[in-house]
Ligand binder design. Structure first.
Ligand code: GLN
Length: 484
């Protein structure tokens, strides 16, 4: 059962070929047997999962099931879950049990989806390799000497290794798309405001957005349809009906205009990734699409802009972890100041501290205009480039990441080279657009991803474009050796 997609599992559950309890037991057993070598999970919620599965079985028997009822999944450990620890990959929140559910958590629970655990991630979602986690790195199931990408590395690796059929992630600068690419699965970062951020621990509030990981666009459509929607508890959530993402998956691509930004195909791109994108484009031409060269002239500034904006927002968001209101509190402190210093010093890891320092500096009175304000101005130009492009094309296509998964430890001491892992994904967050990564080939037996960028609230079209490609190819059906 572990290799079945959600669409296949729904049929099996409805026909009574398997119960949700059996399916959930299977996922739990597989996670317990295989996760030691991968480290995808921070917490496995065995008892809650089995209880939820039995409740789902009752709903299915009563004919009251929705699409995800009885389907096991895992949450990135950034979504608050009442009664289950939410660590955000940090020592700071190692002991944090949220008193409430995130909206996404609540929506999936109400849909009857069965959470089997919380997945490993870079600390506070800061990273591109899952190596900044307090709980140790996640290994890429395609080659356990390499990283799964980050920051949602545990969620991506768990889906790739067939521990769960789908999982949730968050993407601030690429953290859904880049690990999806490096693990050979499908990931979608929705339009900013499409999925509620309520109860999703904040990193950079103007960029953070939750979304699905799946093995196919078809499954991602089901998960996104459940996660998305207006939430009065999140002031940035957009009051707009959620499309039926499954209904338009099969639509024709005849006449589709695909924009290829010339800035995405220059220096720094692994030639084999470039070749895979060329091959994908040939498939799309067969499906009726036409490529159009476009330009995103300010895209080259997206990494520097992001590394001002994201640290600035993180320095503010993370000020709440002071050992009093939230988080780890140091023992045997001398006085209040000593408590703040030592609690934060002990609770946060090196990358988080680096970001807080950069952000505090960029926001300080003397530098605000030079850094933060300037970055916001350039951010506007990046957004305008996309708006102009979308007046000419329907979708933008390019690489998700510069190359395939790199070795564990390979970039750990070189933050700038790590930051460049997101060179193709970050502009999308700065503009608030939806983006997707789908498997599009292999280099050295490691998967690589194709990125699709849509116009605002164009998730249905993106899923349609991804689905048509997946009907014509089988990259997304490849299984990491040893996990079949
Ligand atoms: N890798 C980027 C960073 O380190 C993006 C992370 C994310 O999307 N959460 O900030």
């Amino acid at each position: 059962m572990h290799d079945k997609t959600v669409v296949e599992l729904i049929a099996a559950l409805r026909q009574g070929d398997i119960s949700s309890e059996e399916l959930t037991r299977g996922c739990l057993d597989r996670a317990m047997a295989l996760d030691e070598g991968l480290n995808c999970f921070i917490t496995v919620t065995e008892q809650q999962a089995l209880d939820a599965a039995r409740a789902a079985d009752a709903r299915i028997r009563a004919g009251e099931a929705g699409p995800l009822t009885g389907i096991p999944f895992a949450h990135k450990d950034i979504f608050c879950t009442r009664d289950v620890r939410t660590s955000c990959g940090s020592h700071m929140l190692d002991n944090f049990i949220a008193p409430y559910d995130a909206t996404v958590t609540q929506k999936l629970a109400e849909a009857g989806a069965v959470m089997i655990g919380k997945t490993n991630m870079d600390e506070f979602a800061m990273g591109s390799s899952n190596e900044t986690s307090y709980y140790g790195p996640v290994k890429n199931p395609w080659n356990t000497a390499t990283v799964p990408g980050g920051s949602s590395g545990g969620s991506a690796a768990a889906v790739a290794a067939r521990l769960v059929p789908v999982s949730t992630g968050t993407d601030t600068g690429g953290s859904i798309r880049q690990p999806a690419a490096l693990c050979g699965i499908t990931g979608l970062k929705p339009t900013y405001g499409r999925v509620s951020r309520y109860g999703m621990i904040a990193f950079a509030s103007s960029l953070d957005q939750g979304g699905p990981f799946a093995r196919s666009a078809e499954d991602a459509a089901l998960l996104l349809g459940t996660m998305a929607g207006f939430d009065p508890r999140d002031s940035t959530s957009v009051d707009r009906p959620v499309d039926d993402y499954s209904a338009t998956l099969g639509d024709s691509l005849e006449g589709l205009k695909i924009g290829l930004p010339k800035e995405f195909f220059g220096e720094g791109l692994d030639g084999r990734t470039g070749a895979a994108i060329e091959a994908a484009l040939e498939e799309y031409k067969k499906l009726g699409a036409t490529p159009v060269e476009i330009s995103l002239p300010h895209a080259g500034y997206s990494v520097p802009v992001y590394y001002v904006v994201a640290p600035a927002e993180c320095s503010s968001n993370l000020s709440r972890y002071d050992g009093v209101r939230f988080g780890h509190r140091a023992a045997d402190v001398k006085d209040l100041e000593d408590m703040y210093k030592r609690s934060r010093g002990e609770g946060f890891g090196a990358e988080v501290k680096r970001r807080i320092m950069i952000g505090t500096y960029a926001l300080s009175a003397g530098y605000y205009d030079a850094y933060y304000l300037k970055a916001q101005q350039v951010r506007r130009l990046i957004r305008e480039d996309f708006l102009k492009a979308f007046s000419e094309v329907d979708v933008i296509m390019g690489p998700t990441a510069p190359g395939v998964a790199f070795g564990l430890g390979e970039k750990a001491d070189d933050p700038v080279s790590m930051y460049l892992s997101d060179i193709y994904t970050i502009a999308v967050n700065l503009a608030g657009l939806p983006g997707m990564s789908i498997p599009a080939g292999f280099a050295d037996d490691m998967p690589l991803g194709l990125q699709l960028i849509g116009n605002y609230f164009g998730e249905a079209r993106l899923l349609n474009i991804a689905h048509r490609y997946q009907q014509a190819t089988d990259w997304h059906r490849q299984v990491p050796p040893g996990f079949g």
